[in-house]
Design a protein around this ligand. Structure first.
Ligand code: SF4
Ligand code: F3S
Length: 104
């Protein structure tokens, strides 16, 4: 599976949802996640994210993000259409510690 990671928070560019062939993105207040059981590992979303927030779970340290994506994909609504990014998305792109500071 591919997973959405911390740098999506307060960027939420949503370019990823437009390309997913199985529509497995889910949207919260300030972040998206991928449902790990629905993702078919095609990889097309990864290069689409301007924030480089999407990674395959084969990269080191991704276990916690798989569980995170699974948890919130079960709680949040599906998103299949691109929408406006978070306000001032560029300002938050790359900021460290976003999960602790901003996730809601
Ligand atoms: Fe969708 Fe493919 Fe990205 Fe999985 S890897 S979330 S199936 S676009
Ligand atoms: Fe987030 Fe990148 Fe998609 S910032 S909404 S994972 S395009």
């Amino acid at each position: 599976t591919y997973v959405v990671t911390e740098n999506c928070i307060r960027c939420v560019y949503t370019d990823c949802v437009e390309v997913c062939p199985v529509d497995c993105f889910y949207v919260g207040e300030n972040m998206l996640v991928i449902h790990p059981d629905e993702c078919i590992d095609c990889g097309v979303c990864e290069p689409e994210c301007p924030a480089e927030a999407i990674s395959p779970d084969t990269e080191p340290g991704m276990e916690k993000w798989v569980e995170f994506n699974r948890k919130y994909a079960e709680l949040w609504p599906n998103i299949v259409t691109k929408r406006d990014p978070y306000p001032d998305a560029e300002k938050y792109d790359g900021e460290p510690g976003k999960l602790e500071k901003y996730f809601s």
